[in-house]
Design a protein around this ligand. Sequence first.
Ligand code: NI
Length: 172
Amino acid sequence: MAIRDIIIAPDARLTQISKPVEAVTDEIRALMDDMLETMYAAPGIGLAAIQVGVPLRIIVMDLAREDEEPDPRYFVNPEILEISDDLATYAEGCLSVPDFYEDVERPAHVRVRYLDYDGELREIEADEMLATCLQHEMDHLEGILFVDHLSKLKRSMILKKLQKQKRIQESV
Ligand code: NI
């Protein structure tokens, strides 16, 4: 396993639409292992493959609290089958948008079909954090960041600050 570099916004790569995985091979599992390790090291609770520069429809996640056993989850080619009309709001953050947290309103419940780590077809009914996290990560597969759900003003303010930090880091 290896820790990979996480792409920080604004970056055109993060706006790409990721491609479906043809088969869950050992190579794909190795990528998922790297993604999980990268996510834990960050630390974060969810990561999409495009955030490490791989435009494939893969998400890893672990919503376990610090006092709980790790609970790694893998979602390959996730598809939303159903979303609820009722909405929930969470303060979201993103490893590609470091240090910014903003409220985003999304459907409170989702039903998602996906392939797991072994390539088995599965379905999950999600609510609360899991529903929000799944939708946040699935947005990445469409090239969408949580800041795209904010007002234009707030989004451009955040992206400008990130851009500025990048310039500072590049110059040292
Ligand atoms: Ni994210």
